[in-house]
Ligand binder design. Structure first.
Ligand code: BG6
Length: 473
């Protein structure tokens, strides 16, 4: 594993801890070593000490000195700047030595945990310095953002394809590594009770929420160029939508799954038929303009709410409401499937019967809740909603793997199911570009909201208008 950005935040907070978790569980292959590349000059010893501190801080398992020692001895640090050919030559010689020492058969994956401006140059230099040829496989793992719009994404993709085949390109969307997102396909397709109801005949609408309690923190500079639509909707939320709505893949493999997901992304109704000003709500939290590296007149959205339809027989006229934002009441990612009102109901004094809900909780709690109606004990004919609750991380000792653990193993095993294929990225950008053209950076469309709530008032209106409401469960 070659990490570009070896001294960066992602490496410290996610990648090295994930390797430690894999090592701790005995899942890391024996023939494995890490070459971390960073611009800063420092000795291997210092680097190893720094990554130890990160693992101590972020690991989900206790520190096992033996496991750590065995892992850290396989982590090397190579300082050079990403433009410098000489550095790549040193890296090439070094990797050859590692191949011999660890019998890695020439298999390599290059992990780009750097800012996106460096993606093209690194890929190009890898090729020109013969680091992408020879015995074994050569894979590229690339972090988001994959472009800032369709045009820049296309350009980046062309650069990558000059060097790596699509099948060797692993575009990370860390949401796809989350336990419950992986579980969604199982819940849908491994239970005969849900799939027959999973369509417009029985489903009233679907809500997808990815709420965060934190603000932009120190990432103001990046966020100013992104905003909620590019930062969260283009990737994580649209992936979640695709997995919720897709047809069953004809087999459980990367291409079949991604074929189905891309069909959903293609079927999102575009601008011409969306009532932009009613169906899109954008907000900015009060205090955003005072954040570090944020333009005091910024019109970047920190909240986005949308109502969408999919052009397919299964989802005919079923609205999908999606929302994501920073500085909201709590951290919560979930999908709520609201079923249609029961045709037959009777209740005490005409009280309204609640709809059935299937709530897939992605984080922080992981699980699923099914809400159905039952009679309230007593002499009156009262109907009350009750829950069947499956929580997989509520029990003491339950400790779900972090997304990056699964994703790193996938790359080593050559399984791209949980990575986005180019056509998915392309479709997502087409959609986001059409929204951006109409709505982003327009002061009159941006509503300020108070931190600690559920976003702008217009987001509530998005559903109220249709006589529905967000389930903040
Ligand atoms: C990242 C976004 O992709 O996802 C961040 O850039 C966001 O802005 C983060 O905070 C949310 O991820 P998670 O796993 O904490 O829900």
């Amino acid at each position: 594993m070659v990490i570009f950005g070896g001294t960066g935040d992602l490496t410290h907070r996610k990648l090295i801890p994930a390797l430690y978790h894999l090592a701790y569980q005995g899942l890391l292959p024996e023939n494995f070593a890490v070459a971390a590349v960073g611009r800063r000059e420092k000795s291997e010893e210092v680097y190893r000490q720094e990554v130890l501190q990160s693992v101590e801080k972020y690991a989900r398992f206790e520190m096992d000195q033996k496991v750590w020692r065995e892992l850290v001895e396989r982590i090397y640090y190579i300082p050079f700047s990403f433009e410098e050919d000489e550095g790549y030559k040193r890296l090439r010689d070094f990797l050859e030595k590692l191949d011999q020492g660890y019998h890695t058969g020439g298999n390599r994956f290059y992990y780009l945990a750097v800012s996106p401006e460096s993606f093209p140059i690194i890929v190009e230099r890898l090729k020109s310095n013969q680091l992408t040829q020879g015995e074994g496989w050569h894979r590229l793992v690339i972090e988001k953002p994959f472009g800032q719009n369709l045009d820049s994404a296309q350009r980046l993709n062309e650069k990558i394809q000059e060097v790596f085949l699509e099948r060797d390109t692993y575009r990370i969307d860390h949401y796809l590594g989350k336990e419950m997102i992986q579980n969604m396909m199982v819940i849908r397709f491994a239970n005969s009770i849900f799939e027959p109801l999973w369509n417009h005949q029985y489903i009233d609408h679907i809500q997808i929420t990815a709420a965060e309690q934190e603000g932009v923190g120190s990432r103001g500079g990046y966020y100013e160029k992104a905003g909620a639509l590019r930062d969260m909707v283009q990737n994580h939320i649209l992936q979640l939508l695709a997995i919720t709505a897709m047809e069953p893949p004809y087999k459980n493999d990367a291409e079949a799954i991604r074929d189905e997901k891309v069909k959903i992304l293609r079927s999102i109704r575009f601008k011409e038929t969306m009532n932009m000003h009613e169906d899109v709500t954008l907000g900015q939290y009060r205090g955003y303009l005072q954040e570090q590296r944020v333009d005091p007149n910024s019109t970047i959205e920190t909240f986005a709410g949308l109502k969408l339809f999919l052009d397919s027989e299964r989802w005919k006229d079923v609205p999908f409401y999606i929302r994501t934002g920073k500085m909201l009441k709590e951290k919560m990612t979930q999908v709520v499937v609201q079923f249609k009102k029961p045709p037959l109901f009777y209740s005490h004094e005409g009280e309204e019967v609640q709809p059935n809900l299937l709530i897939i909780r992605i984080q922080p709690e992981e699980g699923a809740v099914f809400q159905f109606n039952a009679k309230k004990p007593g002499t009156l004919q009262q109907v009350v909603p009750v829950d069947m609750n499956f929580c997989q991380n509520c029990h003491i000792g339950a400790n779900s793997p972090e997304a990056y653990e699964k994703l790193l193993l996938d790359v080593m095993e050559g399984d791209a199911s949980r990575f986005t294929r180019w056509d998915e990225v392309e479709q997502s950008w087409k959609f986001i570009d059409s929204l951006s053209d109409c709505c982003t950076n327009k002061k009159e469309l941006l509503e300020t909201y108070s931190p600690g709530g559920w976003g702008p008032i217009k987001s509530e209106e998005l559903l109220l208008r249709d006589k529905r409401k967000w389930w903040n469960l």
